[in-house]
Design a protein around this ligand. Structure first.
Ligand SMILES: [Zn+2]
Length: 408
């Protein structure tokens, strides 16, 4: 089936230029042409809207829904209930213009199964790449959701188990974090040898590794062990930035959960330990992201959607934070949320831009997001494989924009 999308301002996220006077041609769900001579087919007017490739969130947890303490829900409820929450999260992402996500950890192989269900058309939702259970050291970050393993051999086995279960990537916890009680965000977890074993094992099976690392030594360990994407990367040193630029690794910043926990966490009932650690994170995070961007570190946009106080979808809010708090230009943010994430996930041939060969996943907005990134909160229409998504709608997070609390 051939569809011709006309009367639009197509945004080229690689250059920032806007293409008008041409039509986007989608055949059987895939973009085949951007042309002024589209030929015959079913015509769809975009009514002069601004069109971006579908947004891609490189760091989410679909089983969590941004409750005050989401992991507590997961631990206390039946597995089918957790799976149903994940289905709803995938649908909410899609409706908010996030057509693809990378799930970096959920229990019982729920995200892996959901990814298959979406691909098979069993449920509607965003496309998904999914890790299985994250691998952490005994008592490591969010260990109640992880496969605990110690020593290179056991870590290797844990990685093999995830791949056996169908994981598309391997997630490792290499430092403490905000959302685990009694754990310092500065704690380094796993040795370089353990991380290296995991990375090697993932790579021989053609899987990438996503590593949770907040403090500078953990970031350095992960970069030196050859990890593919460094998640969070809060306390970024000049040495980290230098090493980043020598590798192919991507930094996946996730400001939103820490910001919301720091500013609104207590009134939302988020555990106090997480609020306090998030405040520490937010004292450094904007500066780290700004310096990384200035130095040319490759960025993919993640959010940690589902974490305490952060429902799905979170890309619109995260994007706004990058401009408002870390002072990045909107083009750089939009590029990270599309082309950057696609490259970090190894999907640059089929997602993250509007060139032939890509899936027909795109989002139309009423005005230009390069001029005002807050328009991401209200997509006019969302398309997946060329098909209009029924529920395209405003996102929850626009309630925060008027408050304009860019300083803590
Ligand atoms: Zn996470």
């Amino acid at each position: 089936m051939k569809l011709i999308f006309r009367d639009a301002n197509f945004i080229d996220v690689k250059t920032g230029s806007i293409v008008t006077g041409r039509s986007l041609v989608v055949v059987n769900g895939v973009i085949t042409d951007v042309t002024s001579r589209p030929g015959r087919g079913e015509s769809v007017s975009m009514n002069g809207g601004f069109v971006l490739p579908g947004l891609m969130d490189a760091h989410v947890h679909l089983v969590w829904e941004g409750q005050s303490d989401p992991n507590r829900h997961t631990l206390s409820e039946a597995v089918p209930m957790t799976a149903l929450r994940a289905v709803r999260s995938a649908w909410r992402n899609l409706c908010g213009g996030v057509t693809f996500v990378r799930d970096v950890g959920g229990p019982h192989q729920v995200p892996v199964s959901l990814a298959r269900a979406v691909d098979a058309g069993i449920v509607d939702g965003c496309g998904i790449l999914a890790a299985g259970a994250p691998v952490c050291q005994t008592g490591g970050h969010v260990h109640t959701m992880c496969r605990e393993a110690d020593g290179p051999d056991e870590v290797r086995k844990a990685v093999r188990e995830q791949i056996k279960s169908g994981a598309h990537l391997v997630k490792l916890m290499c430092s403490g974090g905000a959302y685990t009680e009694g754990e310092s965000i500065h704690a380094v977890q796993f040795t370089v040898d353990e991380i290296r074993a995991a990375v090697e094992e993932a790579h021989v099976s053609e899987r990438r590794t996503a590593v949770h690392a907040l403090p500078e030594q953990a970031i350095q360990n992960c970069l030196e062990a050859g990890a593919d994407t460094i998640e969070h990367a809060v306390f970024l040193s000049d040495r980290n930035i230098e090493t980043f630029c020598k590798t192919n690794a991507f930094m996946v910043p996730t400001l939103a959960p820490y910001y919301l926990m720091a500013v609104y966490g207590l009134e939302r009932g988020v555990p106090k330990y997480a609020v306090e650690k998030s405040r520490d994170v937010m004292e450094h995070y904007a500066d780290s992201l700004h310096r990384a961007d200035s130095a040319g570190v490759r960025l993919a946009l993640g959010t940690d959607a589902g974490s305490p106080a952060l429902p799905h979808p979170a890309v619109p809010f995260e994007s706004w934070l990058w401009t408002a708090v870390a002072r990045l230009e909107p083009l750089k943010v939009l590029r990270a949320a599309t082309w950057g994430s696609a490259r970090a996930l190894g999907l640059e041939d089929k997602a993250g831009h509007l060139d032939p060969g890509c899936a027909g996943d795109f989002v139309a907005y009423g005005s230009n997001p390069l001029e005002d990134i807050t328009v991401l909160h209200a997509p006019r229409a969302v398309f997946k494989a060329g098909r209009r998504v029924a529920g395209g709608s405003s996102t929850w997070s626009q309630i925060y924009l008027g408050k304009n609390k860019t300083r803590l």
